[in-house]
Write a protein that binds this ligand. Structure first.
Ligand code: HEM
Length: 190
């Protein structure tokens, strides 16, 4: 993430990041739709949040297919497995994953859009749809609605939701470590 933030990530590493995020959203978003009426999730359900399509569009722009055979990372496979478990058994905990992903995209993600476009030399306005939630007001409104949805969500076990969010952050940390190693980027732990 610091390499990305400093505008020093090369295209193949960025494509790998998008492919792994694509696998995560491909498990998360259908599960959230399936449980859209769940009392813990109903207030969060907003099609404007969905990222799967924008990820596919961005990959069509940035992915030269150079490392097309690269598998998704083990951390991503574990993450997807967990999302499937929750979809089947504990949909309430999907709230934690919606929080970590969407509120992150609506926050720091807004900083990354310009950095990515410049550092990868992307044609203006293309290849960064993943960060695009509309103009600044629309993005702030979505973040506000999401926070309100968090505050009003009907949750049986808040500690379990918090523990799940920590797990989600931990899997992201592992994913970034694995991607850094796979793309020869120094890991912060080094
Ligand atoms: C270069 C990378 C990143 C930058 C620059 C960044 C920056 C930020 C900023 C400025 C905020 C807003 C803080 C506030 O409103 O007080 C934020 C919030 C957040 N970020 Fe990040 N972020 C980055 C990466 C990530 C990643 C990788 C994730 C998760 C996988 C993430 C998840 C979140 C979440 C969930 C929030 C909302 C926190 C809350 O208010 O509860 N961020 N980020």
């Amino acid at each position: 993430m610091s390499t990305l933030l400093r505008g020093r990530m090369d295209r193949s590493a960025y494509v790998a990041l998008l492919r792994n995020l694509q696998a995560i959203y491909a498990a998360l978003e259908p599960a959230l739709r399936r449980h859209a009426a769940h009392p813990a999730l109903a207030a969060l359900h907003d099609p404007a949040l969905a990222r799967s399509e924008s990820l596919r569009d961005d990959l069509a722009v940035v992915d030269s297919g150079a490392r097309a055979d690269d598998p998704v990372q083990p951390a991503t496979l574990r993450y997807v497995e967990r999302l499937r478990e929750l979809d089947a058994e504990r949909p309430e905990l999907l709230l934690a994953h919606a929080y970590v992903r969407y509120l992150g995209d609506l926050s720091g993600g807004q900083l990354l859009s310009g950095i990515v476009a410049r550092s990868l030399g992307l044609p203006s306005g293309r290849g960064v749809a993943f960060y695009d939630f509309g103009d600044a007001d629309a993005t702030a409104a979505l973040a506000g609605t999401f926070r309100h949805g968090l505050a009003t969500a009907v949750i049986d076990d808040e500690d379990a939701v918090v523990a799940e969010a920590r797990l989600a952050f931990e899997w992201h940390r592992r994913l970034f470590e694995e991607l850094a190693a796979a793309h020869g980027l120094a890991t912060d732990a080094a």
